[in-house]
Design a protein around this ligand. Sequence first.
Ligand code: GDP
Length: 360
Amino acid sequence: MKVALIGIGQAGGKVTERLARFDANMGFDAVQGALAVNSAEPDLHSLEFVDTQLIGADRVNGHGVGGDNELGTEIMQSDIQQVLGNLDGRVTSRAEAIFVIAGLGGGTGSGGAPVLVHHLKRVYDVPVYALGVLPGRNEGALYQANAGRSLKTLLREADSTLLIDNDSWHEQGESVEGAFETINEKIARRVGLLFASGEATEGVGESVVDSSEVINTLRSGGVSVLGYASEVASEDSAENIQVTMTVTRQALLTGTSMPAATAADSALVVIAGEPERIPRKGVERARRWVEDETDSMQVRGGDFPIESERLGALVLLGGAERSARLDEFMERAKTANETEARDPDENVDQLTDDRLENLF
Ligand code: GDP
């Protein structure tokens, strides 16, 4: 799937850079253009692989918005024309989708991403997706409250919101901060493989996944979740049925970007590996297993031919908002929002009426 990427804020910029670099290093050519937008100038200086744009200089003078995501929203609204102008040529006629990428717990990305998604949808015909990073459980109340409002608004605006929980893709025992590098690397590889899976040029046949299958899976809207696992495989495909099942189970049960998200409206199972190693029977069996597990009638399946001695399973879930983990997060965000907003000048009764308001 040919994509244009726009990262907002610090996390958004770093993840966008990782994705663009992975795509270029692998020679996939799925990423058609990548832009990082921020109100904090130093964060933009550390990026080498993407174009950059400073916003809100008249308001915050390049110093960022701290954790104030309402200010992040205002700044993006004021500078939206410059950002859209800068995308001319990046969102070329070749891009099949646009991804707006942000950490939802901060300020610039949290507040700015939903505004940008809203405007992109008015301008472009291709789907506009959000890739949002949820704060880990141990991050403070402000992060939880910010992420709750940002997610609520993104769900209203974006064609689908792919969630990566910061508690998901890092090693046991690592602190969230220490794990950012690991998480960003995993996001780049996994989401980068998903983009590239529809771009396969060798061995193209009926069984090879194409971009429309990714887009159709995301058509369920709401929240999407991505799972991944891989294992060394035999050179003989007949011996790999079990491996295919194992990596698919692991991808869905322990390898998703949001823990314990298995119920979905739609799903896509991509088995990546050398064509000789991919067992047809295994792919079909894995697809049916995902159908049972997700309780969805719309499960697509296919191959991604790639040079590797391993077989990997990517499982993309669409319409996956019915998850205990997401309910738990939303509850935490609402509670945090009340604590954060309990200002003596404000009427608490009024706040509790709508525990989590949209950002705009
Ligand atoms: P902004 O620059 O104001 O948009 O704020 P940040 O991008 O720093 O957003 C803060 C949120 O993103 C927090 O929940 C952080 O845990 C998370 N975050 C910050 N940097 C990274 C990163 O490099 N990787 C990941 N996965 N999360 C990050």
